[in-house]
Design a protein around this ligand. Structure first.
Ligand code: 9YT
Length: 134
């Protein structure tokens, strides 16, 4: 069994701060753990408004706290996000995430992240990024 805790992970190199200033993510479970998915606690900063397109991954995002919205760009539908909302990008949906207040999200990725990924120009994560040293 693997046991980790968020405050300790946040103080380690599991915490990744996005260079675009929109979010940070503490990656509690990664590819090297061998579970077939990764699990992160992500903070989306107030006022963030940015596009993502996970062409290489499926992602589920559960809102623990805060408020915002997610817009799917193919149909221009806006979905409010509040505590208890989950959105599931089952079609590699191109989307925009907006945080009206700081949001804490639990995120699951399949395939799992290696650890150091940040978004590329398309808002995707490349496959085969470097693992973090833990
Ligand atoms: C909700 C979302 O996709 N935010 C970007 C960060 C990502 N969840 C991550 O790397 O943990």
């Amino acid at each position: 069994m693997i046991v980790r805790n968020l405050p300790e992970a946040k103080a380690s190199n599991r915490r990744i701060v996005s260079p675009d200033g929109n979010w940070e993510s503490t990656r509690l479970l990664l590819k090297d753990d061998g579970m077939g998915f990764s699990f992160h606690i992500t903070t989306i900063y107030t006022g963030a408004d940015f596009q993502m397109h996970y062409q290489n991954h499926l992602e589920a995002v559960y809102c623990i706290s805060g408020r915002g919205e997610v817009e799917t760009l193919d149909d221009e539908k806006k979905h409010p996000i509040e505590p208890g909302t989950i959105y599931i990008l089952d079609k590699h949906d191109k989307h925009v995430l907006r945080a009206f207040e700081e949001m804490t999200m639990a995120c699951v990725f399949n395939p799992p992240l290696h650890g150091k990924e940040v978004h590329n120009a398309e808002g995707a994560y490349e496959l085969g990024a470097d693992p973090i040293d833990v």
